[in-house]
Design a binder for this molecule. Sequence first.
Ligand code: SAM
Ligand code: SF4
Length: 336
Amino acid sequence: MIDQYKRQIDYMRISITDRCNLRCTYCMPVDIERLEHESILTYEEILRICRSASELGIRKIKITGGEPLVRKDAINLIKEIKATPGIDFVTLTTNGVLLEEHTEALAKIPLDGVNVSLDTLNPNTFKKITGRDEFVTVWSGLQKLIKSGIPTKINCVPQKGVNEVELMDIAELAVKLPVDVRFIEMMPIGYGKEYEPIKGEEIKSRIKEKYPNIASQKKIRGFGPAEYITSEEWMGNIGFINAISHKFCASCNRIRLTSRGFLKPCLCYGDGIDLMTAMRSGVSDMELKNLISRAIEKKPLEHNFDRQEDSFHPDSISQELKRNNMEKREMFKIGG
Ligand code: SAM
Ligand code: SF4
């Protein structure tokens, strides 16, 4: 479907749970209120939304969280989403803690890709960032994933004074392993507001000093806005998602569904449509499709993390999109 600014929206990220088995300092450092099962979408409701969204042109789905693999039977849900007519690609973003036990099942689906979030290669720094001593588990899960043949990306959020000294080692995973390594600028969302982002350009310059012959990768890799560099000698590529230093809203192709069933046209604002309440009040499939298409149509022109406003449609919220203060800018609720 095309939105009001002529962008094609064909990608939906779905957060299937708020819960997580890590406590990353910039995302969910403290225990969160445990949501009752009734306050999150059931698998049947998620599948119903996927069917309606696919009829509106959504072709790619990313499963995220919280940590998606902590939700019971997540693999079956992923399998069913992948089998939904019209959905061509399904990928997963995970912290990797439960990868080892699930990789085989994911490969059987077959899943189209997995992004593993890994900010450090140092077990002590891992514990400092995530609050848990799980580096070795994540690392062996990652190795198993790579061996399984599922296309693998490693996502790293650079943090001043935390993993800054390791960024070259992390980048070089793409030299030695068949993976894409992506550096994601810290966004001022939730606890991320307390961090100063390290710009992607700065990391790219450091890599260029060591590898002067790198080339920009023109081919689009994945569904998103990452810009890649590569070299013939590398097994993978290095990407940069510079949401803060280089806005890429003009080519944004996505919407986000939270675990509480709130459909957000933009990560930055609290505006969206409460699909859970609508479905539980008995909307027809046609009405559900209309609600999703309204959210897509109203997608704002761009994010604006500088202004602390939480709405892009101050005048029309009551008629069209509602504001949901509970989902407001917390990454583990939105799913990244
Ligand atoms: N638990 C899974 C994981 O860590 O991959 C999926 C959910 S997590 C919210 C998705 C991604 O968002 C992770 O790569 C994480 O590093 C990133 N993230 C969380 N807070 C962020 C922030 N403030 N700025 C940029 N990325 C952030
Ligand atoms: Fe959990 Fe992912 Fe947030 Fe870390 S970034 S606390 S792993 S949801």
